[in-house]
Design a protein around this ligand. Structure first.
Ligand code: ADP
Length: 245
C-alpha cells in the first residue's frame, strides 16, 4: 500500500441533526487520481468542504499528510498544500491567461517570502511552462474573456497548480463542455496526476472512464463502494441508487 496523503476517519457532519456525512471513511494514496461520484445530495460537496476546512466534522478526523486538520482554519489548510477548483471558473476575464498566471505566481511568491523569508521557486513552474501544460500557449495573450469555457477551465486549473498544492480538489470540471474540450481537460488532469494527488467530483461517466483508475461512490453521506469504473458501474447497489433518483 502506498503512502497516504489524506485519511478521513469516521467523519460525520450534522446540520441541525441531518447527517450530510455519516461515519465516512476514505483514504487517498500520494500520487493517486480518484474520482468521486454519487447522486445529488450524496454529500460530495460536503466531503470536499471537510477536507478544505470550510466545514468542520461534527465527529471524526481528517488527516492531511498525517496531520489532524481540526484546529486549522481554511487558509492554513490551503497553505499546507490543498487547492480547490470550484465548478465555475474564477479567472480574471479582463486579463490574459499569461497575466492571470503571473498574478497567481507573484501572489504565491509574496506569500512564501512573507512566511518563510524565501521563495519556493525550486518547486514552482514558470508561467510559460504552465501555459504549455494547460495547452494555452497560442492564446496566452488574448483577454481571458475570449477563451472558450473549456479553455477557461484549463486556465483555472493552471492557476491552481501555480499555487503549488500537493492535493488538487476539482469539482465537476467538464460540466457544459464539448466532447473535445472534455477530452482536453481529461488529458490535462492525467498529466497533472504525474506530480500531484488529485480528487475529482464528476457526473459525466465517459469522462470518469477517461481519467479514473479508481472510483469512490458516495451515497447518503457514506462510501457505498469503491473500485474501477466497470466494477462500480456493474455493482447492483450503485445501479439501484442511480435508478432510484
Ligand atoms: P452533493 O454535493 O452530493 O449533491 P451535498 O454535500 O451538497 O451533496 O449535500 C448533502 C446533503 O446535505 C443534502 O441533502 C443537502 O441538502 C445537505 N446540506 C448540505 N449543506 C447543508 C447546510 N449547510 N445546511 C443544511 N443541510 C445541508
Amino acid at each position: 500500500m502506498g503512502e497516504k496523503i489524506l485519511a478521513i476517519e469516521d467523519v460525520t457532519v450534522s446540520f441541525d441533526g441531518f447527517k450530510a456525512l455519516k461515519d465516512l471513511n476514505f483514504s487517498l494514496d500520494k500520487g493517486e487520481l480518484r474520482v468521486i461520484i454519487g447522486p445529488n445530495g450524496a454529500g460530495k460537496t460536503t466531503f470536499l468542504d471537510v477536507i478544505t476546512g470550510k466545514t468542520k466534522p461534527t465527529q471524526g478526523r481528517v488527516l492531511f499528510k498525517g496531520k489532524n486538520l481540526r484546529s486549522l482554519k481554511e487558509h492554513q489548510i490551503a497553505r499546507m498544500g490543498i487547492g480547490r477548483k470550484f465548478q465555475t471558473p474564477r479567472v480574471y476575464l479582463n486579463l490574459t491567461p499569461r497575466e492571470n498566471l503571473e498574478l497567481t505566481c507573484n501572489q504565491q511568491k509574496k506569500l512564501w517570502s512573507t512566511l518563510f523569508g524565501k521563495s519556493k521557486s525550486a518547486e514552482r513552474q514558470t508561467v510559460s511552462g504552465l501555459l504549455e501544460t494547460i495547452g494555452l500557449t497560442a492564446n496566452a495573450d488574448l483577454p481571458a474573456s475570449k477563451l472558450s469555457h473549456g479553455e477557461k477551465q484549463r486556465l483555472e486549473i493552471g492557476m491552481l497548480v501555480a499555487q503549488s498544492p500537493d492535493l488538487l480538489l476539482v469539482d465537476e470540471p467538464v460540466a457544459g463542455l464539448t466532447d473535445e474540450e472534455t477530452e482536453n481537460v481529461g488529458n490535462l488532469l492525467l498529466a497533472l496526476a504525474q506530480s500531484h494527488s488529485i480528487m475529482v467530483i464528476e457526473h459525466d461517466m465517459e469522462f470518469v472512464r477517461q481519467i479514473a483508475r479508481k472510483v469512490t461512490v458516495l451515497h447518503q453521506g457514506s462510501v457505498l463502494c469503491e473500485g474501477n469504473i466497470d466494477e462500480v458501474q456493474n455493482d447492483p447497489r450503485v445501479i439501484e441508487v442511480y435508478l432510484g433518483q
